[in-house]
Design a protein around this ligand. Structure first.
Ligand SMILES: [Zn+2]
Length: 308
């Protein structure tokens, strides 16, 4: 019988809108030997898997970690494929199910209605439980393979955290990352070819969703980390986060790239430099009109987080 590792039920989750520094924080925390991660466990389309590079510099299909993961999954009967991790709470071919699963986190009555819908819609409950079980299996296997105590999921999505928390299977610690909304919106515009109106709305709505969720969770499980402070004082902020995860702090960190990582997703994974530089390109990129639009949509919320 397989030995049960009683330490694998510790789950750390990075909660944030996109472009808030979650990948940087994932790499920094993964420099700790007791933190296991693959980046965003929800998985995403890797595109051409045969030519996809793991952050360790090897093709993902040739990476010793991913090969070991595949063989462990096969031995335990856990389905796994690079094309679809099966860990994302989606049901693409059933529109109504998918909408219910992916809808933003809202107030308690709406969340009760969501739970009811997931029970009533044909096949939804079974699918939901299967995705949860797949997450549980992969969290355990990755944590054991990386010989760690805490699994870090950098998926960011609020609704995914809600589902993982409701499952009651893990001792969860949340790291809520906050970045100046003008910087995040500037990246949204660039990466998704959006107008400032759409970028500012996306940033604001996601933060409102994160705030609603955090308010529902036990206060002690969430730690807020500012992107700008993280870049300014990485050692202090990372150690603070490590202590929040119940891990001993480290006294290093100057080249987090020197540590072996097997992270997929964000293109930052392929950068060779371990230097931490704060991305402030928005200051020279955004026009006066962009800033005015941002201010009208999300200025109040940005100030609430301390950005003036
Ligand atoms: Zn690798």
């Amino acid at each position: 019988m397989r030995k049960i590792n009683s330490t694998v039920d510790r789950l750390a989750y990075i909660l944030s809108p996109s472009y808030s520094g979650s990948t940087l924080l994932t790499f920094l925390l993964n420099a700790h030997p007791k933190v296991a991660t693959i980046g965003e466990l929800k998985g995403q389309a890797l595109g051409d898997v045969d030519h996809y590079d793991c952050s360790c510099g090897t093709r993902v299909k040739q990476c010793s970690f991913w090969i070991a993961l595949q063989s462990r999954c096969a031995a335990e009967g856990v389905p796994f494929s690079f094309e679809d991790f099966g860990t994302h709470f989606r049901l693409r071919d059933r529109r109504l199910h998918d909408r219910v699963l992916r809808a933003r986190v809202r107030g308690r009555p709406w969340e009760q209605a969501r739970r009811l819908a997931l029970r009533m819609l044909p096949g939804a409950h079974r699918h939901f439980q299967a995705v949860l079980a797949r997450n549980r299996a992969l969290i355990r296997i990755v944590t054991e393979l990386q010989q760690a105590d805490v699994f870090l999921d950098g998926s960011k999505d609020p609704v995914r955290l809600l589902y993982l928390h409701q499952a009651g299977w893990w001792d969860i610690r949340v790291i809520y990352m906050i970045r100046d909304g003008r910087g995040a919106a500037c990246s949204y515009m660039k990466h998704h070819n959006l107008s400032m109106t759409d970028a500012a709305l996306e940033w604001k709505r996601t933060h409102e969703e994160c705030d609603r969720l955090v308010a529902r969770l036990p206060a002690a499980i969430t730690l807020k980390v500012g992107y700008e402070e993280l870049c300014a004082e990485p050692d202090r902020n990372v150690n603070h986060a490590l202590v929040h995860l119940g891990l001993p702090p480290l006294d290093w960190l100057h080249d987090f790239r020197a540590v072996e990582h097997h992270i997929i997703g964000n293109s930052m994974r392929l950068r060779s430099s371990g230097e931490i530089t704060r991305d402030e390109k928005w200051r020279s990129t955004l026009t006066a009109d962009d800033l005015e639009v941002f201010e009208s949509i999300a200025g109040n919320l940005n100030r609430k987080y301390g950005y003036v």
